[in-house]
Ligand binder design. Structure first.
Ligand code: T4K
Length: 370
């Protein structure tokens, strides 16, 4: 048994000495937050890097999503996926909005767009899909439904940093998209997040809302929150941007190695790779089927015994959590695909510094279950 554990992920960090000049500048200027110079630079550079209309930076992805719902004045019911991290639906509850769960597609693990219309009621105001693992949702169809029924389309794009479809950012879709820069994400600022939108008036409202609603020193235009990204996070973000392409390339090399080696292992299935999509290697999800000699949880335990800390993202389903399970749409019978995937899913370690011998050791364990 190896002594040193291998975690699901390890945050990418640039060389410490490269960050010290940024810190020195913050110490010197005493500008720590509230839209300081690094915040302004990072927002602009990130907008260019992502190739999107407008970016508003936040202290976390969850605060960004909570603010996005306020910015678009979402109320009533929102159609969403049960197959996500708790933050997606918690943001709805914190806004007094009822989540309505719709099942997912097996090929992408994303909201099944063909089931959305049947879940719309007179109280529905928006659709909140998640680009799970950075896999693009069926955005064209979802937009068509949103337009037909006059609904807002808000993407939880926490996993989708840098993902493009036909060369265009996935974040450009819908009314807006929320990003997470949490330590475990492809791109991190320790904690952090952003909203991407296409309309300057909407960005303005988002920016007021993340700063208590202040439009100027004496004017408060809305009951806002404190969602601001501070200068430390923004400075780190600026530096991380210089490394983002290399970090994604390193992740994708591991993705290819896993995918190639595991393709022939009976009973394990890698999620299909969509064409026209530039992926980011954020996660490596694997489905453990009935033909595999071990159950998903047995494989999970076996890897853990070998100090490989795999994770079951996403198990349990959000709809099974105590605060959601009483909602009629949360019934497992309404969510057969999500229920089945949650029992089969296992995410393997993937991060830029993960060495290839360790990747091969993980492949060996998964490939030789006997
Ligand atoms: N929407 C979706 C779809 C999301 O996935 C998330 C977050 C959000 C919204 C909300 O965005 P934020 O508000 O977080 O910006 C983690 C993250 O905390 C969470 O950000 C993420 N999704 C979720 C999928 O994963 P945990 O509780 O499972 O993470 P934890 O602490 O167990 O860490 C996982 C692994 O990473 C560990 O094996 C160790 C390693 N790790 C972790 C941290 C925090 C490190 O090596 N260093 C670290 O600093 O939730």
């Amino acid at each position: 048994m190896e002594d040193k554990p291998t975690f699901l992920t390890r945050p990418y960090l640039p060389p410490l000495e490269d960050f010290l000049p940024y810190l020195a500048e913050i110490w010197e200027s005493r500008l720590l937050t509230n839209g300081g110079p690094f915040h302004q630079q990072f927002e602009e550079k990130l907008r260019h890097y992502l190739g999107v209309g407008h970016v508003s930076l936040f202290a976390s992805g969850t605060l960004a999503l909570m603010t996005a719902l306020q910015a678009l004045r979402i109320t009533g019911e929102v159609i969403t996926t049960p197959y996500t991290f708790a933050a997606t639906t918690h943001a709805l509850l914190w806004n007094g909005i009822k989540p309505v769960f719709v099942d997912i597609r097996r090929d992408t693990c994303n909201l099944d767009e063909e089931l959305v219309e049947a879940a719309i009621t007179p109280r529905t105001t928006a659709i909140l899909p998640v680009h799970c693992y950075g896999n693009p949702c069926a955005s064209e169809r979802l937009q068509q439904i949103a337009d037909t029924y006059g609904l807002k389309l808000i993407y939880d794009a926490a996993h989708a940093f840098g993902v493009t479809v036909d060369g265009s950012s996935l974040l450009a879709q819908g009314d807006l998209a929320m990003l997470s820069f949490h330590a475990t994400k492809v791109f991190n600022t320790f904690e952090g997040g952003a909203i991407v939108c296409h309309d300057l008036k909407l960005k303005q409202r988002i920016d007021y809302l993340k700063n208590f609603g202040f439009a100027d020193e004496v004017t408060v235009v809305a009951p806002g929150i404190n969602g601001k990204m501070n200068e430390f996070q923004a400075a780190l973000g600026l530096l991380q941007l210089e490394h983002a392409d290399r970090a994604i390339a390193a992740r994708m090399a591991i993705d290819r190695r896993y995918r190639q080696a595991l393709a022939t292992v009976a009973g394990v299935e890698c999620l299909a790779v969509a064409t026209r999509v530039k992926r980011n290697g954020g996660y490596f999800p694997l489905l453990i089927g009935a033909e595999y000699p071990l159950s998903r949880d047995q494989l999970y335990d076996r890897l853990r015994q070998q100090q490989i800390h795999v994770r079951r993202y996403f198990f349990p389903l959000i709809s099974d959590l105590p605060m959601y399970r009483g909602i009629p749409s949360a019934a497992p019978a309404n969510l057969p695909v999500a229920t089945s995937i949650a029992r089969q899913i296992l995410c393997l370690p993937i991060y830029p510094d993960l060495d290839l011998p360790t990747v091969d050791r993980i492949i060996d364990i998964v490939s030789s279950p006997q």
